[in-house]
Structures are given as C-alpha cells and as structure tokens.
Design a protein around this ligand. Sequence first.
Ligand code: OGA
Ligand code: MN
Length: 288
Amino acid sequence: MASTISEMKVVPTGGPVGAEIQGVDLREDPPGEVVFAILQAFTEHLVVFFRDQELSQDRLLDIAQWFGPFNVPPKDLPVLGDENQPPVVPVSNYVEGGMLGNRELEAHSDMSYLPVPLLGAMMYAVELPPVGGDTSFSNLYQAYGELDEETRALVAGLKVWSYNPYTPRFADRGAELGGATQKFAEEDPPVFPHPIVRTHPVSGRKSLYVGGLLCEEIVGLDDKEQAATLLERLKAHVDQEHLYYTHQWRTGDLLIWDNRCTNHKRTAFDNSLRRLMYRVQIAGTRPF
Ligand code: OGA
Ligand code: MN
C-alpha cells in the first residue's frame, strides 16, 4: 500500500540541519502530494532521511530522480570514480570499485572542483561498522548569516576554486580518496572558481560556499597573503561544531543532502571493519 500524506511526518533533528521523514515506505511510489512534501522538507531542512527502508539499486535511482537527473561526469574532467561510473556507486572500504576508503574526510561540498557541481547526493546505508564512519552535515546558510559585517563585505564578489584530486598536480591527495580503481587525468585541467557567497537556486538564500577539504585558493584579492589568511579563516568558520548535525547511521537509512548549501564530513573507522553505502549523485546547476 502506498503511503499517504496523513501518515507522513517531518521530524526535525533539532540541529542546524536535518529532518527525519516518517511514515513513508519508499518501496512504492507514494502519491504526488507526499513526494512534493518530501521536496519541500528538503528545501527547508537541507538534509532529509528515512529509516528502515528496503531498497534495490533501481529503486534508489527512481527516488533520486524526484530531485533531479543523475549527474553524468564530464568526459574531459576526472571525478571521483571514472567517467564510466554507474549511477549507483559504492562508497565502501572493501567492495570492488568501492570509493572513499576508511579515513577521515574533512568538510566539503561534493565536486566543487567541477564547473557544475552536484545538486545533492543520496546515500543508502547497507553495512556499517559498529564504531566510526559517522557523517556530519553543516548549515552553510547559517555560516554565512553568522559572518561579521566586515567579512561579509570583503567576501562579496570573491570566488574560490577547489582542487581536483584526480589530476597530476594534486594526485597525492586523490590517491587516498578514490580507491583501487580511481582514474587520474594525464594533464591538469583549468580551475573553475565559484562565488564564495552562493545564492541557492530554489530558496534564494545566501550561503558560504567554502569547505576545508577541497577549497584551495581565493580569487579576486590582489594581496595573496590576505587571500590565504582569509581562506583559512573561512574554513575554520564553516567548520564550527554548532553548525553541524551528526547522523548516527543505521542500516536501511536513506539520506539525501543538499550539496548547494551544506558541507559534510566523516569520521574515520577501522579498516578491518566493513562499511558499504550506495550513493546516487544528482546533477546540479552552475553556482551563482
Ligand atoms: C560522499 C562522502 C561520506 C561518508 O559520499 O561524498 O563524502 O560518510 N561520504 O562516507
Ligand atoms: Mn562527499
């Protein structure tokens, strides 16, 4: 039986992002008003999740496409995985073709090194270590809102570029992320700076589009030392504890994050333990 709108409940985490959506069984398409309410909750809470779902890979793709089409990696630019990656990719430290290993991942917004990064991504928890591998999501609207007036004026109009870890120049950083089958480009592509103050295409709200893992250099300031100091300060600003919600994964969780106004980071876990998440990447639009 398809879930109905009267059974559906949106329960905020109480943190700066996130809401659990209860009363929806995603094995079957719910009626349109339920899907619309899920999309509204996503806009409002930036991260939404469902517990205890039993979903095939095909079903994950059906659900992801309520939010947008899949991301197709550009032919001429390397990404996590490779250009032939299937739309459902394993994020795992042990399966064949698994990506992102077992180490800590610092705060980032996925694929900010591309001209058109992701809208968001969906992760489905299949196998989890008993400890470690927690994922935390931060509210970058709030990070922008909490900047002092002077810094806000300084960053308006500036851009920042993120390094691509799968290119010769940054290959030492990419080696740990991609897993055994990661492909690397033979030549360094150009960099693609994006506005530091990003306007969300649906909500119209401004966020601070900076993360500790990937952002490399601010563009638009003559003083290079000032640019470097500012970037370090912004990275620390977006990484403050109070901006995060930490998700305690359970198998059967399906979680979707808005990659346009949140960062995420992950704690390490012991590599003798097994972790497997299925991830679907949703195509975005060019940041402005
Ligand atoms: C990702 C990612 C975090 C995790 O898939 O983009 O950063 O918890 N994953 O594995
Ligand atoms: Mn990520």
